[in-house]
Design a protein around this ligand. Structure first.
Ligand code: SAM
Length: 282
């Protein structure tokens, strides 16, 4: 008998992956957690039935979340990740010798435990001595931070369930306060293709624009997310994502990446007209 994982991307559109076997199924205080194995995408993690990452395409998401701001900020030493319990953002960040400390604030301890066991491709660097994990709601954690971080990466679930608070005006305002005077925040910014996703994306964008002096959106192709076209937010107190790109310095690091490069960095901020229209309308 064939087994399939299916996610509804809209009320009338479904996306399915044939599953070889289910490796984990559990319910935490916050959400249902599943890990599957598949021929095409390798292992993949879903929360409440929504795709979080697959082994085959997670490099796109994690490289774009981390290397874009890291190639702009001149000295990112202290970094905060909110969400990100799969460890993919940590894996990319610990490659930078300049990074001195990483706080990861994940609401759900079980996500981290399950990823450590079943998704070692992303959950491989939790033991790096620069990493501290806090099992807390990011919305609450950020309230008491002030002038502390060079970079905040909001690697959250979608704007409902436990992730809802991470798309609010209060949260973005507190991220601004938690950043140093030249800090940068990046976030997963949903998608613009399907109507409901686009409206959520516009709401989040409006709140970020109201909270930061510099705010841009960039894009990547992520096959397993709704529509395959994903957006990220770049919000900053001082640095412009293209004018302040330190391409020569970043290339001198000699990192081997599979998606990110400094030419793509510039191109990722050139958005399709329909997305620009949606962003203008906020
Ligand atoms: N790449 C993913 C995506 O866009 O689908 C995100 C993956 S990561 C696993 C998201 C994490 O955010 C989850 O582990 C979830 O538990 C965590 N999370 C959701 N709401 C949170 C909150 N309020 N505070 C901290 N972590 C939260």
């Amino acid at each position: 008998m064939e087994l399939w994982f299916t996610e509804k991307h809209t009320p009338s559109v479904k996306f399915s992956i044939q599953v070889d076997r289910q490796l984990y199924c559990g319910q935490s205080e916050f959400q249902r957690i599943d890990v599957f194995d598949s021929k095409e995408f390798g292992r993949f993690l879903t929360l409440d039935g929504f795709m979080m990452l697959t082994e085959k395409d997670e490099f796109i998401y994690h490289e774009m979340m981390v290397h874009i701001p890291m190639a702009v900020h001149p000295a990112p030493k202290k970094v905060l990740i909110i969400g990100g319990g799969d460890g993919g953002a940590i894996r990319e960040l610990v490659r930078y010798p300049l990074v001195e400390h990483i706080d990861l604030v994940e609401i759900d301890e079980l996500v981290v435990a399950v990823c450590k066991k079943h998704l070692p491709q992303t959950a491989c660097c939790f033991s790096d001595e620069r990493v501290t994990v806090h099992y807390q709601d990011g919305l609450k954690f950020i309230r008491r931070c002030e002038n502390e971080y060079d970079l905040i990466i909001v690697d959250s679930t979608d704007p409902f369930g436990p992730g809802e608070g991470l798309f609010t005006k209060e949260f973005y305002g507190n991220c601004y306060k938690a950043l140093k005077e030249d800090g940068i925040m990046v976030n997963q910014h949903e998608s613009a293709f399907y109507r409901d996703d686009a409206e959520a994306m516009q709401r989040a964008h409006k709140r970020i624009v109201e909270s930061f002096p510099i705010s841009r959106v960039y894009q990547a192709h992520i096959p397993t997310y709704p529509s395959g076209h994903w957006l990220f937010g770049f919000a900053s107190k001082k640095y412009h994502p293209i004018e302040d790109l330190k391409a020569v310095k970043w290339n001198a690091l000699g990192f081997k990446t599979r998606y990110y490069n400094t030419q793509l960095h510039v191109g990722a901020f050139a958005l399709p007209n329909y997305v620009e229209e949606l962003l203008k309308d906020v």
